[in-house]
Design a protein around this ligand. Sequence first.
Ligand SMILES: [Zn+2]
Length: 242
Amino acid sequence: MRVSRILKRANYAIAFTGAGISTESNIPDFRGSQGLWKKFDPRMASRSYFKENPDGFWDFYAKRYEVIANAQPNDAHKALVLLENNNYIKYIITQNIDRLHSKAGSKSVIELHGNILMSYCDSCFKEKSTEECIKEFYKTKKAPKCDYCGGLMRPAVVLFEEPVKLIDIAMEIAYRSDCCLVIGSSLTVYPAAFIPEIVKRQGGDLIIINIDPTPLDSIADIVIRDKASIVLKRIIENMELK
Ligand SMILES: [Zn+2]
């Protein structure tokens, strides 16, 4: 398998993951046929909606939280742990907010869009677990408030109309990298999608594993349109990783 050969040859391979790696953990993606934005208006994940209707905003996030909090990592997340432990990948840069990479045991994870398990006050930044916030929301049916200043709490995720976190660090890693393994990303959300593009444009290898076509398929070295868990399992078997 060519993917294993490329990974073995690379000096600084990274993985770039999106919603497609978590659909097999029963977390819906956004733009797929069963995607979240088929059921909900994407505006519900925006800063303006949070400001306008914080109670409705928390109703939406409470639903998302429940799905995510109960989800377990799948074989694709586990395969990435093995690749990292055996030093074949240096970093996982993820667009996901579900924490499943860390739950699986991956250590070097950059969460570009934050994670839903923590929340913080929009006024003073004091943190509280999302679980506690949601308990409060269900009790009062109102957006949870900060214990310290009374400001509105919000999940520690990047909302539409807000800048992506850690993008400078992620880009620095991309400039160092000579191989990017894209898993389950439609590569349509910028600036996140710049990461694989940077690796390719500076001469690295680009491998894309995604069910649907992506805008970067034409410049990729390898494109595999299959489920992430199946492909990743095959890769670690090929590399005989344990
Ligand atoms: Zn506060």
